[in-house]
Design a protein around this ligand. Sequence first.
Ligand code: NAD
Length: 438
Amino acid sequence: MTATESSPTSPPPAADAGSATAASPDRTPLGTARAQLATAVGLLGYDDGLHAMLATPRREITVAVPLRRDDGSTELFTGYRVQHNISRGPGKGGLRYAPSVDPDEVRALAMWMTWKCAVVELPYGGAKGGVTIDPRRYSRTELERVTRRYTSEIMPMIGPERDIMAPDIGTDQQTMAWVMDTYSVNRGYTIPAVTTGKPLEMGGSLGRATATSRGVVHSTRAALADAGLGLGEVSVAVQGFGKVGSHAARFYAEGGAKVVAVSDQDGGVHDPGGLNVPALMAHVAETGSVVGFPDADPIDNRSLLGLDVDVLVPAAVEGVLDERTALGVKARWVIEGANGPTTADGDRVLAERGVVVVPDILANAGGVVVSYFEWVQANQAYWWTEHEIEERLEQRMLSAYAAVSQAARADGLSLREAALVIGVRRVAEAHQIRGLYP
Ligand code: NAD
C-alpha cells in the first residue's frame, strides 16, 4: 500500500519486539515514540516497508568528546547527532546536555522533531543531538571546549542546508554561538544559519528566546476556546522552570491565568492563591532554583502533577506522566511543553479519564517555528521586527491547532493521534513523491 492509500480500519503492521517498528510496551522515550508512530501508521494503513522507513533514523553519528578540564586533567564524554528524517528538508533539532542523554533518547527526540516540523509545515526534517554530561558540574570555559570539540566532530553532518541545531535542555544561546563560531571558523567564513536560538547580536531572531513558551500559551488558549473558556478562568501548574516553563508561566499569568505551582529539578513551590511569577523569576536568577521562594509552600515534582488545577504543563523531561502518575492527574487539560512527557500507557489513562492532551509535536512547536524564521532571516541577511515574528508565530500555531483539532473531531481521534496522522502523512507523502533511489 502506498503513502496516500489510507485505510483507517487496517490494523497496525505486526512488528518484532525490539525492531525499529515495534510498538514497544516499554516506557523509554524511544518506546513511546515508536508506539505513537505505530498508532499513526495503523490509522493511515501504511505497510510494513513504509513503517520501517518512517521508524528508522536516516543517519546517526556517535563521537568521543574529550575535555581538558580547568585543573589540567582530562575527561571523556560521548556525543550523538541523529537525523531521523530529511525527506522534507534539512534536519532540525536541539542539542541537549544532560546525564540522561543516550542514543535511544536522541533517536526518540529526533523522531518527534520530524513529525513536529511537518505538523507546523516547516520545510525541515527532524534531528537531535546530545552529549552525556551534567552541565551544572562544569565551568563555562569547560562547556565551551566540550561544545567546540563536539561541533568539530559532527561537522560532516551539519550545515545550514543539512542539519540546523538549536538549544534544548542544558544548552542556551551561548552554546549556539560557540557551535556557529566553530563551524564558521572551520569553513572559513561566517555562517549564521547553521544554528538557531543564537544571541541577537550574532544573527539571532527577536522573539526566539520566548517562542516555545508563547506557542505553548497560544495552543492552551486554542484548547480552552474549544471548551468556551479563556485564560482568565483557569489555574495552571507548570513542571520545569527553564527556558520553556519559566516564560510559559509568565505568559499564563500575564494572560490572566492563576499560576499556582511551578517546579524544577530541585523541587517546587505552591500557592493556591497564585504565585507572583516575575518575583519568582528574580528569585531563580538570584539562587538558581525556585526552591526557597518566600510566601509559598514547598511541593515535590510528583505532587505537582496531581494538583487540583485546570491546566497542567509538563515542561521538563520525558516520561513523567506514566500510567501511575496519569491516574492522579486532576487537570482537565495537559499541555505538553516538554518533548515526550507522557508515556504511551500514561496517554491511554489520560484519554480514558477524559483529560484533553495537547501533544508536544503541536504544543511546543513555537520554538522551531521561530527557529525557522531565524534561519530564513539569516539566509536572506535581513531581520524582521518583533511584531512581525510574534504575529507570524501566532498565526502558524493557531492554524496548526485548528487543522489538528478539526481532524480529531472529523475522525474521532485524540489531538495526539490527529497531530501524528497529519505529521506522519506529510512525511510519507514526501517519500512517495520523491520516489525510492535507486
Ligand atoms: P532547560 O534546561 O532550560 O530547563 C529544564 C527545566 O526542567 C529546568 O527548570 C530543570 O531544573 C527542570 N528539570 C530537569 N529535570 C527535571 C526533573 N527530573 N523533574 C522536574 N524538573 C526537571 O530546558 P528547556 O529548553 O526549557 O526544555 C524543557 C523541555 O522542553 C524539554 O523536554 C525540551 O526538549 C522541550 N523543548 C524545548 C524547546 C526550546 O526551545 N528550548 C522547544 C521545544 C521543546
